[in-house]
Design a protein around this ligand. Structure first.
Ligand code: HEM
Length: 463
Protein backbone atom coordinates (compact mmCIF):
# COMPACT_ATOMS: atom_id res chain seq x y z
CA UNK A 1 0.00 0.00 0.00
CA UNK A 2 1.21 3.43 -0.97
CA UNK A 3 2.14 5.65 1.97
CA UNK A 4 0.53 9.10 1.69
CA UNK A 5 1.82 12.41 2.82
CA UNK A 6 -1.42 13.29 4.46
CA UNK A 7 -0.53 16.87 5.30
CA UNK A 8 -2.89 18.89 3.13
CA UNK A 9 -3.82 22.44 2.34
CA UNK A 10 -7.18 23.80 3.38
CA UNK A 11 -7.53 27.47 2.59
CA UNK A 12 -4.17 28.99 3.36
CA UNK A 13 -3.43 26.75 6.31
CA UNK A 14 -1.31 23.68 6.12
CA UNK A 15 -2.71 20.92 8.23
CA UNK A 16 -0.30 18.48 9.69
CA UNK A 17 -1.07 15.08 11.09
CA UNK A 18 0.23 16.28 14.45
CA UNK A 19 -3.08 17.78 15.62
CA UNK A 20 -6.62 18.76 14.73
CA UNK A 21 -7.12 22.23 13.40
CA UNK A 22 -9.92 23.46 15.60
CA UNK A 23 -9.51 27.18 15.16
CA UNK A 24 -12.66 28.89 13.94
CA UNK A 25 -12.70 29.89 10.31
CA UNK A 26 -13.73 33.29 9.04
CA UNK A 27 -17.10 32.38 7.54
CA UNK A 28 -18.54 29.29 9.17
CA UNK A 29 -22.25 30.04 9.34
CA UNK A 30 -23.43 26.64 10.50
CA UNK A 31 -20.83 26.15 13.23
CA UNK A 32 -21.66 29.61 14.52
CA UNK A 33 -25.40 29.13 14.13
CA UNK A 34 -25.39 25.86 16.05
CA UNK A 35 -22.96 27.14 18.67
CA UNK A 36 -20.62 24.28 17.84
CA UNK A 37 -17.46 25.74 19.24
CA UNK A 38 -14.09 24.11 19.69
CA UNK A 39 -14.99 22.66 23.09
CA UNK A 40 -18.12 21.03 21.64
CA UNK A 41 -16.23 19.58 18.69
CA UNK A 42 -13.58 18.15 21.03
CA UNK A 43 -16.30 16.67 23.26
CA UNK A 44 -17.87 14.85 20.35
CA UNK A 45 -14.60 13.43 19.13
CA UNK A 46 -13.62 12.41 22.66
CA UNK A 47 -16.95 10.64 23.26
CA UNK A 48 -16.50 8.59 20.11
CA UNK A 49 -12.90 7.96 21.13
CA UNK A 50 -11.51 9.37 17.90
CA UNK A 51 -7.76 9.77 18.29
CA UNK A 52 -4.86 10.50 15.95
CA UNK A 53 -4.44 6.76 15.48
CA UNK A 54 -7.96 6.57 14.03
CA UNK A 55 -7.18 9.32 11.56
CA UNK A 56 -4.11 7.39 10.48
CA UNK A 57 -6.14 4.18 10.26
CA UNK A 58 -8.81 5.61 7.96
CA UNK A 59 -6.14 7.10 5.76
CA UNK A 60 -4.84 3.57 5.23
CA UNK A 61 -8.16 2.78 3.51
CA UNK A 62 -7.93 5.55 0.93
CA UNK A 63 -6.25 3.61 -1.88
CA UNK A 64 -8.62 0.70 -1.67
CA UNK A 65 -11.57 3.09 -1.83
CA UNK A 66 -10.15 5.18 -4.70
CA UNK A 67 -9.96 2.04 -6.84
CA UNK A 68 -13.66 1.29 -6.29
CA UNK A 69 -15.11 4.79 -5.87
CA UNK A 70 -17.22 4.65 -9.01
CA UNK A 71 -18.65 1.25 -8.09
CA UNK A 72 -19.44 2.60 -4.61
CA UNK A 73 -21.36 5.58 -5.99
CA UNK A 74 -23.31 3.36 -8.40
CA UNK A 75 -24.23 0.94 -5.59
CA UNK A 76 -25.24 3.79 -3.26
CA UNK A 77 -27.71 5.31 -5.70
CA UNK A 78 -28.90 1.93 -6.96
CA UNK A 79 -30.11 1.39 -3.41
CA UNK A 80 -31.78 4.82 -3.20
CA UNK A 81 -33.44 4.36 -6.59
CA UNK A 82 -34.83 0.99 -5.57
CA UNK A 83 -36.89 2.49 -2.74
CA UNK A 84 -39.94 4.63 -3.56
CA UNK A 85 -39.29 7.04 -0.64
CA UNK A 86 -35.81 7.98 -1.79
CA UNK A 87 -36.40 7.51 -5.55
CA UNK A 88 -38.83 10.44 -5.46
CA UNK A 89 -35.90 12.79 -4.77
CA UNK A 90 -33.78 11.54 -7.64
CA UNK A 91 -35.88 12.20 -10.73
CA UNK A 92 -33.39 14.38 -12.60
CA UNK A 93 -30.77 12.20 -14.41
CA UNK A 94 -28.32 15.08 -14.75
CA UNK A 95 -28.46 15.81 -11.02
CA UNK A 96 -28.09 12.12 -10.30
CA UNK A 97 -24.93 11.99 -12.41
CA UNK A 98 -23.47 14.91 -10.42
CA UNK A 99 -24.52 13.41 -7.10
CA UNK A 100 -22.65 10.18 -7.87
CA UNK A 101 -19.44 12.18 -8.18
CA UNK A 102 -20.19 14.21 -5.05
CA UNK A 103 -21.05 11.11 -3.04
CA UNK A 104 -17.73 9.42 -3.83
CA UNK A 105 -15.93 12.64 -2.94
CA UNK A 106 -17.87 12.94 0.30
CA UNK A 107 -16.91 9.43 1.38
CA UNK A 108 -13.31 9.84 0.39
CA UNK A 109 -13.18 13.02 2.49
CA UNK A 110 -14.03 10.83 5.51
CA UNK A 111 -10.89 8.86 4.77
CA UNK A 112 -8.69 11.97 4.83
CA UNK A 113 -8.91 11.84 8.60
CA UNK A 114 -8.76 15.62 8.90
CA UNK A 115 -11.36 16.85 11.36
CA UNK A 116 -10.78 20.53 11.13
CA UNK A 117 -13.17 23.47 11.10
CA UNK A 118 -14.00 23.27 7.36
CA UNK A 119 -14.68 19.55 7.81
CA UNK A 120 -17.33 20.15 10.50
CA UNK A 121 -18.79 23.08 8.61
CA UNK A 122 -19.00 21.09 5.35
CA UNK A 123 -20.71 18.16 7.07
CA UNK A 124 -23.29 20.45 8.68
CA UNK A 125 -23.90 22.21 5.36
CA UNK A 126 -24.65 18.91 3.60
CA UNK A 127 -26.96 17.87 6.45
CA UNK A 128 -28.85 21.15 6.13
CA UNK A 129 -29.20 20.59 2.36
CA UNK A 130 -31.03 17.33 3.05
CA UNK A 131 -33.17 18.82 5.78
CA UNK A 132 -34.18 21.62 3.42
CA UNK A 133 -35.20 19.34 0.57
CA UNK A 134 -37.55 17.71 3.07
CA UNK A 135 -35.76 14.34 3.26
CA UNK A 136 -36.65 12.65 6.53
CA UNK A 137 -33.69 11.71 8.77
CA UNK A 138 -34.89 8.11 8.54
CA UNK A 139 -33.68 7.95 4.93
CA UNK A 140 -30.73 10.27 5.34
CA UNK A 141 -29.24 8.41 8.30
CA UNK A 142 -30.37 5.08 6.89
CA UNK A 143 -28.23 5.70 3.83
CA UNK A 144 -25.11 5.57 6.02
CA UNK A 145 -25.81 1.87 6.27
CA UNK A 146 -24.92 1.72 2.59
CA UNK A 147 -21.52 3.19 3.42
CA UNK A 148 -20.85 0.13 5.57
CA UNK A 149 -22.53 -2.45 3.33
CA UNK A 150 -20.77 -1.26 0.19
CA UNK A 151 -17.28 -0.49 1.46
CA UNK A 152 -16.45 -2.94 4.24
CA UNK A 153 -16.28 -5.99 1.94
CA UNK A 154 -14.07 -3.99 -0.42
CA UNK A 155 -11.67 -3.10 2.41
CA UNK A 156 -11.55 -6.63 3.78
CA UNK A 157 -10.70 -7.99 0.33
CA UNK A 158 -8.09 -5.25 -0.22
CA UNK A 159 -6.29 -6.47 2.89
CA UNK A 160 -6.31 -10.06 1.68
CA UNK A 161 -9.04 -11.04 4.12
CA UNK A 162 -6.55 -10.47 6.91
CA UNK A 163 -9.04 -9.54 9.63
CA UNK A 164 -6.39 -8.82 12.20
CA UNK A 165 -4.99 -6.15 9.98
CA UNK A 166 -8.18 -4.69 8.65
CA UNK A 167 -10.40 -4.79 11.75
CA UNK A 168 -8.75 -1.84 13.59
CA UNK A 169 -9.01 0.20 10.39
CA UNK A 170 -12.71 -0.60 10.03
CA UNK A 171 -13.39 0.18 13.69
CA UNK A 172 -11.77 3.57 13.18
CA UNK A 173 -13.94 4.12 10.12
CA UNK A 174 -17.06 3.27 12.14
CA UNK A 175 -16.15 5.99 14.66
CA UNK A 176 -15.77 8.52 11.87
CA UNK A 177 -19.08 7.49 10.30
CA UNK A 178 -20.78 7.98 13.66
CA UNK A 179 -19.24 11.43 13.98
CA UNK A 180 -20.72 12.25 10.60
CA UNK A 181 -24.16 10.85 11.45
CA UNK A 182 -24.22 12.80 14.71
CA UNK A 183 -23.57 16.02 12.82
CA UNK A 184 -26.26 15.20 10.29
CA UNK A 185 -28.76 14.51 13.05
CA UNK A 186 -27.80 17.77 14.69
CA UNK A 187 -28.68 19.75 11.59
CA UNK A 188 -32.16 18.24 11.59
CA UNK A 189 -32.78 19.09 15.26
CA UNK A 190 -31.29 22.54 14.98
CA UNK A 191 -33.16 23.45 11.83
CA UNK A 192 -36.44 22.05 13.14
CA UNK A 193 -35.99 24.00 16.38
CA UNK A 194 -35.20 27.17 14.42
CA UNK A 195 -38.33 26.67 12.31
CA UNK A 196 -40.46 26.11 15.40
CA UNK A 197 -39.03 29.23 16.99
CA UNK A 198 -39.80 31.21 13.85
CA UNK A 199 -43.35 29.86 13.71
CA UNK A 200 -43.80 30.69 17.35
CA UNK A 201 -42.58 34.25 16.75
CA UNK A 202 -45.00 34.55 13.82
CA UNK A 203 -47.81 33.24 15.97
CA UNK A 204 -46.98 35.64 18.80
CA UNK A 205 -46.87 38.48 16.30
CA UNK A 206 -50.20 37.46 14.77
CA UNK A 207 -51.74 37.14 18.22
CA UNK A 208 -50.27 40.53 19.18
CA UNK A 209 -51.88 42.14 16.15
CA UNK A 210 -55.12 40.32 16.83
CA UNK A 211 -55.30 41.54 20.43
CA UNK A 212 -54.30 45.03 19.37
CA UNK A 213 -57.13 45.11 16.83
CA UNK A 214 -59.44 43.60 19.41
CA UNK A 215 -58.58 46.30 21.95
CA UNK A 216 -59.01 49.04 19.37
CA UNK A 217 -62.36 47.59 18.38
CA UNK A 218 -63.40 47.37 22.01
CA UNK A 219 -62.41 50.99 22.61
CA UNK A 220 -64.41 52.09 19.59
CA UNK A 221 -67.27 49.94 20.73
CA UNK A 222 -67.20 51.44 24.22
CA UNK A 223 -66.92 54.94 22.85
CA UNK A 224 -69.77 54.40 20.44
CA UNK A 225 -72.02 52.87 23.04
CA UNK A 226 -71.26 55.24 25.90
CA UNK A 227 -70.48 58.54 24.29
CA UNK A 228 -72.52 58.58 21.10
CA UNK A 229 -75.43 56.47 22.21
CA UNK A 230 -75.55 58.19 25.57
CA UNK A 231 -75.37 61.61 23.91
CA UNK A 232 -78.06 60.66 21.46
CA UNK A 233 -80.29 59.43 24.27
CA UNK A 234 -79.85 62.78 26.05
CA UNK A 235 -80.79 64.64 22.86
CA UNK A 236 -83.88 62.47 22.42
CA UNK A 237 -84.93 63.06 26.03
CA UNK A 238 -84.41 66.82 25.58
CA UNK A 239 -86.45 66.83 22.37
CA UNK A 240 -89.26 64.87 23.99
CA UNK A 241 -89.26 67.24 26.98
CA UNK A 242 -89.49 70.14 24.55
CA UNK A 243 -92.34 68.48 22.75
CA UNK A 244 -94.16 68.07 26.07
CA UNK A 245 -93.48 71.54 27.43
CA UNK A 246 -93.63 73.92 24.45
CA UNK A 247 -95.09 71.57 21.83
CA UNK A 248 -98.74 72.46 22.57
CA UNK A 249 -97.96 76.16 22.07
CA UNK A 250 -96.05 75.76 18.81
CA UNK A 251 -97.55 76.34 15.41
CA UNK A 252 -98.31 73.16 13.45
CA UNK A 253 -95.26 73.37 11.11
CA UNK A 254 -92.76 73.84 13.99
CA UNK A 255 -94.39 71.04 16.00
CA UNK A 256 -94.11 68.69 13.00
CA UNK A 257 -90.45 69.60 12.51
CA UNK A 258 -89.79 68.82 16.17
CA UNK A 259 -91.56 65.47 15.87
CA UNK A 260 -89.53 64.64 12.73
CA UNK A 261 -86.30 65.58 14.46
CA UNK A 262 -87.13 63.32 17.39
CA UNK A 263 -88.02 60.47 15.01
CA UNK A 264 -84.74 60.87 13.11
CA UNK A 265 -82.79 60.73 16.34
CA UNK A 266 -84.60 57.54 17.28
CA UNK A 267 -83.68 56.06 13.86
CA UNK A 268 -80.04 57.04 14.35
CA UNK A 269 -80.04 55.40 17.76
CA UNK A 270 -81.51 52.20 16.30
CA UNK A 271 -78.97 52.17 13.49
CA UNK A 272 -76.15 52.57 15.98
CA UNK A 273 -77.58 49.72 18.02
CA UNK A 274 -77.54 47.42 14.96
CA UNK A 275 -73.99 48.41 14.07
CA UNK A 276 -72.81 47.59 17.58
CA UNK A 277 -74.60 44.25 17.51
CA UNK A 278 -72.69 43.32 14.34
CA UNK A 279 -69.31 44.30 15.81
CA UNK A 280 -66.66 41.62 15.13
CA UNK A 281 -65.45 41.80 18.72
CA UNK A 282 -68.51 39.81 19.65
CA UNK A 283 -70.91 40.63 22.41
CA UNK A 284 -69.92 37.99 24.94
CA UNK A 285 -71.98 34.88 25.58
CA UNK A 286 -75.71 35.09 25.88
CA UNK A 287 -78.65 32.79 25.35
CA UNK A 288 -78.69 32.56 21.62
CA UNK A 289 -81.01 31.21 18.97
CA UNK A 290 -78.78 29.41 16.44
CA UNK A 291 -81.36 29.92 13.64
CA UNK A 292 -79.96 33.32 12.52
CA UNK A 293 -76.40 31.91 12.85
CA UNK A 294 -77.28 29.12 10.38
CA UNK A 295 -78.98 31.61 8.07
CA UNK A 296 -75.86 33.77 8.00
CA UNK A 297 -73.74 30.69 7.28
CA UNK A 298 -76.03 29.64 4.47
CA UNK A 299 -75.74 33.08 2.87
CA UNK A 300 -71.96 32.99 3.17
CA UNK A 301 -71.66 29.43 1.84
CA UNK A 302 -72.22 30.67 -1.71
CA UNK A 303 -68.86 32.44 -1.49
CA UNK A 304 -66.96 29.38 -0.31
CA UNK A 305 -68.53 27.04 -2.80
CA UNK A 306 -68.41 29.32 -5.84
CA UNK A 307 -68.00 27.29 -9.04
CA UNK A 308 -68.02 23.93 -7.25
CA UNK A 309 -70.62 21.23 -7.06
CA UNK A 310 -71.06 21.12 -3.31
CA UNK A 311 -74.14 21.24 -1.11
CA UNK A 312 -74.55 22.46 2.45
CA UNK A 313 -77.17 20.73 4.60
CA UNK A 314 -78.22 22.54 7.76
CA UNK A 315 -80.35 21.20 10.62
CA UNK A 316 -84.09 21.61 10.22
CA UNK A 317 -84.36 22.79 13.84
CA UNK A 318 -81.92 25.17 15.47
CA UNK A 319 -81.28 24.86 19.22
CA UNK A 320 -80.75 27.69 21.68
CA UNK A 321 -77.26 27.76 23.16
CA UNK A 322 -75.15 29.81 25.54
CA UNK A 323 -72.56 31.41 23.25
CA UNK A 324 -71.23 34.53 21.62
CA UNK A 325 -73.14 34.86 18.35
CA UNK A 326 -70.24 36.20 16.29
CA UNK A 327 -67.70 33.73 17.63
CA UNK A 328 -70.04 30.77 17.18
CA UNK A 329 -70.77 31.83 13.59
CA UNK A 330 -67.04 32.22 12.85
CA UNK A 331 -66.24 28.81 14.36
CA UNK A 332 -68.86 27.21 12.11
CA UNK A 333 -67.66 29.29 9.15
CA UNK A 334 -64.09 28.02 9.65
CA UNK A 335 -65.16 24.38 9.75
CA UNK A 336 -67.48 24.70 6.75
CA UNK A 337 -64.93 26.76 4.77
CA UNK A 338 -62.24 24.16 5.55
CA UNK A 339 -64.48 21.30 4.44
CA UNK A 340 -65.04 23.01 1.10
CA UNK A 341 -61.36 23.95 0.69
CA UNK A 342 -60.18 20.40 1.11
CA UNK A 343 -62.96 18.72 -0.88
CA UNK A 344 -61.46 16.43 -3.50
CA UNK A 345 -64.56 15.05 -5.17
CA UNK A 346 -67.83 16.23 -6.66
CA UNK A 347 -70.61 16.29 -5.77
CA UNK A 348 -69.31 17.46 -2.43
CA UNK A 349 -71.43 17.48 0.68
CA UNK A 350 -71.07 19.39 3.92
CA UNK A 351 -73.61 18.70 6.62
CA UNK A 352 -74.19 20.37 9.97
CA UNK A 353 -76.03 18.33 12.60
CA UNK A 354 -76.45 18.50 16.36
CA UNK A 355 -77.58 16.42 19.26
CA UNK A 356 -78.24 16.87 22.92
CA UNK A 357 -75.61 15.70 25.43
CA UNK A 358 -76.74 16.74 28.91
CA UNK A 359 -75.60 20.25 29.72
CA UNK A 360 -74.16 20.65 26.23
CA UNK A 361 -75.21 20.41 22.64
CA UNK A 362 -72.82 18.55 20.36
CA UNK A 363 -72.54 20.08 16.89
CA UNK A 364 -71.01 18.19 13.99
CA UNK A 365 -69.72 19.47 10.66
CA UNK A 366 -69.29 16.45 8.38
CA UNK A 367 -67.98 16.28 4.83
CA UNK A 368 -67.25 13.69 2.17
CA UNK A 369 -63.72 15.04 1.50
CA UNK A 370 -60.38 13.24 1.67
CA UNK A 371 -60.32 12.87 5.48
CA UNK A 372 -57.60 14.10 7.83
CA UNK A 373 -54.30 12.20 7.49
CA UNK A 374 -53.74 10.10 10.59
CA UNK A 375 -50.27 11.60 11.09
CA UNK A 376 -51.69 15.05 11.88
CA UNK A 377 -55.02 14.11 13.47
CA UNK A 378 -53.78 14.51 17.06
CA UNK A 379 -52.20 17.90 16.35
CA UNK A 380 -54.88 19.25 14.05
CA UNK A 381 -56.06 21.98 16.41
CA UNK A 382 -52.56 23.32 17.02
CA UNK A 383 -51.46 26.42 15.14
CA UNK A 384 -50.00 25.96 11.64
CA UNK A 385 -50.89 22.29 11.28
CA UNK A 386 -52.46 21.78 7.86
CA UNK A 387 -53.34 18.89 5.64
CA UNK A 388 -52.65 18.72 1.94
CA UNK A 389 -55.40 19.94 -0.36
CA UNK A 390 -55.80 19.33 -4.06
CA UNK A 391 -52.53 18.85 -5.98
CA UNK A 392 -50.54 19.12 -2.75
CA UNK A 393 -51.77 22.67 -1.99
CA UNK A 394 -52.00 23.69 1.64
CA UNK A 395 -55.10 25.83 1.79
CA UNK A 396 -55.66 28.40 4.53
CA UNK A 397 -53.41 30.01 7.09
CA UNK A 398 -53.10 27.07 9.45
CA UNK A 399 -54.78 29.15 12.18
CA UNK A 400 -58.45 28.42 11.44
CA UNK A 401 -58.84 25.27 13.51
CA UNK A 402 -56.73 26.79 16.27
CA UNK A 403 -59.23 29.66 16.33
CA UNK A 404 -62.12 27.17 16.50
CA UNK A 405 -60.52 25.37 19.44
CA UNK A 406 -59.84 28.64 21.25
CA UNK A 407 -63.40 29.89 20.81
CA UNK A 408 -64.97 26.55 21.77
CA UNK A 409 -62.75 26.10 24.84
CA UNK A 410 -63.28 29.68 25.98
CA UNK A 411 -66.99 28.95 25.83
CA UNK A 412 -66.49 25.93 28.10
CA UNK A 413 -66.75 23.30 25.34
CA UNK A 414 -64.35 20.94 23.58
CA UNK A 415 -63.59 20.06 19.99
CA UNK A 416 -62.43 16.88 18.28
CA UNK A 417 -62.30 15.19 14.90
CA UNK A 418 -63.16 11.76 13.59
CA UNK A 419 -62.07 10.85 10.11
CA UNK A 420 -61.87 7.99 7.66
CA UNK A 421 -59.25 8.35 4.95
CA UNK A 422 -60.82 8.86 1.55
CA UNK A 423 -64.36 9.05 2.96
CA UNK A 424 -64.48 12.29 4.90
CA UNK A 425 -64.23 13.93 8.29
CA UNK A 426 -66.57 14.79 11.14
CA UNK A 427 -65.61 17.77 13.26
CA UNK A 428 -67.44 17.86 16.59
CA UNK A 429 -67.65 20.61 19.17
CA UNK A 430 -69.76 21.19 22.23
CA UNK A 431 -71.54 24.36 23.28
CA UNK A 432 -73.22 24.83 26.66
CA UNK A 433 -77.00 24.96 26.70
CA UNK A 434 -77.12 27.50 29.49
CA UNK A 435 -74.96 29.97 31.43
CA UNK A 436 -72.26 28.70 33.78
CA UNK A 437 -72.94 28.48 37.50
CA UNK A 438 -70.12 28.30 40.02
CA UNK A 439 -70.01 24.90 41.75
CA UNK A 440 -68.66 24.12 45.21
CA UNK A 441 -65.07 23.89 43.95
CA UNK A 442 -65.32 27.34 42.44
CA UNK A 443 -65.15 26.10 38.83
CA UNK A 444 -68.03 26.53 36.42
CA UNK A 445 -70.81 24.18 35.52
CA UNK A 446 -73.33 24.81 32.81
CA UNK A 447 -77.03 24.84 33.51
CA UNK A 448 -78.96 23.07 30.81
CA UNK A 449 -81.83 25.01 29.40
CA UNK A 450 -81.44 27.91 31.86
CA UNK A 451 -83.75 30.84 31.20
CA UNK A 452 -85.36 28.87 28.43
CA UNK A 453 -88.48 28.10 30.38
CA UNK A 454 -88.05 24.43 29.42
CA UNK A 455 -86.38 22.98 26.39
CA UNK A 456 -88.98 23.62 23.76
CA UNK A 457 -86.65 23.62 20.80
CA UNK A 458 -85.22 20.21 20.96
CA UNK A 459 -84.56 18.40 17.72
CA UNK A 460 -83.89 14.65 17.54
CA UNK A 461 -80.28 13.45 17.63
CA UNK A 462 -78.52 14.46 14.46
CA UNK A 463 -80.69 17.56 14.04
C1 HEM B 1 -25.16 8.93 3.75
C2 HEM B 1 -26.14 9.78 3.50
C3 HEM B 1 -25.99 10.89 2.46
C4 HEM B 1 -24.91 11.65 2.20
C5 HEM B 1 -23.59 11.64 2.91
C6 HEM B 1 -25.28 12.54 1.13
C7 HEM B 1 -24.43 13.45 0.55
C8 HEM B 1 -24.82 14.43 -0.32
C9 HEM B 1 -24.00 15.51 -0.81
C10 HEM B 1 -22.53 15.68 -0.48
C11 HEM B 1 -24.76 16.31 -1.58
C12 HEM B 1 -24.34 17.59 -2.27
C13 HEM B 1 -24.93 18.70 -1.43
C14 HEM B 1 -24.18 19.96 -1.33
O1 HEM B 1 -23.14 20.08 -1.95
O2 HEM B 1 -24.68 20.80 -0.55
C15 HEM B 1 -26.08 15.75 -1.59
C16 HEM B 1 -27.15 16.29 -2.24
C17 HEM B 1 -28.34 15.64 -2.39
N1 HEM B 1 -28.73 14.46 -1.80
FE1 HEM B 1 -27.66 13.39 -0.54
N2 HEM B 1 -26.57 12.27 0.76
C18 HEM B 1 -27.02 11.26 1.54
C19 HEM B 1 -28.27 10.68 1.51
C20 HEM B 1 -29.23 11.04 0.61
C21 HEM B 1 -30.47 10.36 0.46
C22 HEM B 1 -30.94 9.14 1.26
C23 HEM B 1 -31.16 11.01 -0.49
C24 HEM B 1 -32.53 10.65 -0.98
C25 HEM B 1 -32.74 10.43 -2.20
C26 HEM B 1 -30.34 12.13 -0.96
C27 HEM B 1 -30.70 13.04 -1.92
C28 HEM B 1 -29.96 14.14 -2.25
C29 HEM B 1 -30.41 15.17 -3.17
C30 HEM B 1 -31.76 15.23 -3.88
C31 HEM B 1 -29.40 16.13 -3.24
C32 HEM B 1 -29.41 17.41 -4.05
C33 HEM B 1 -29.93 18.51 -3.17
C34 HEM B 1 -29.96 19.86 -3.84
O3 HEM B 1 -28.89 20.37 -4.15
O4 HEM B 1 -31.06 20.36 -4.02
N3 HEM B 1 -29.19 12.10 -0.26
N4 HEM B 1 -26.10 14.61 -0.82
Amino acid sequence: MKVHDHAMMIGDRRLTPGGWNFSPGSSMPFLTRYGMDEAERRRRMAFLGIAESDAANVRDLRDAFAARAREFAEGFYEHLLADPHTRAYLRDPEQLRKLKGLQAEYFSHLLDGVFDVPYFEGRLRVGVTHQRIGLSPVWYLGAYNQYIQLTFPVFVRAFGDDMEKVLPLLLSLVKVIFLDMGLALDTYFQEATAQLRQRNDELQQALGLYWQAQRREEQLHKMASHEIRGGLAAVITGLEDLQDSVGPNMDAADAEQLTNLTRRCWKLSELLGEMLAASPTGQGASLLDTGPVFEALYARFGLYAEGRDVKLALPAKAPRVWADAVQLREAFANLIGNAVNYLDKEPGRVEVTWHDDGDFYVFCVADNGPGVPEAIRDRLFEPFVRGLGEAGRRPGTGLGLYFVRTVVEQGGGRVWVESTSGEGSRFYFTVPRGPPRANDEGSHEYIAGAALGGDDNHAPAGG
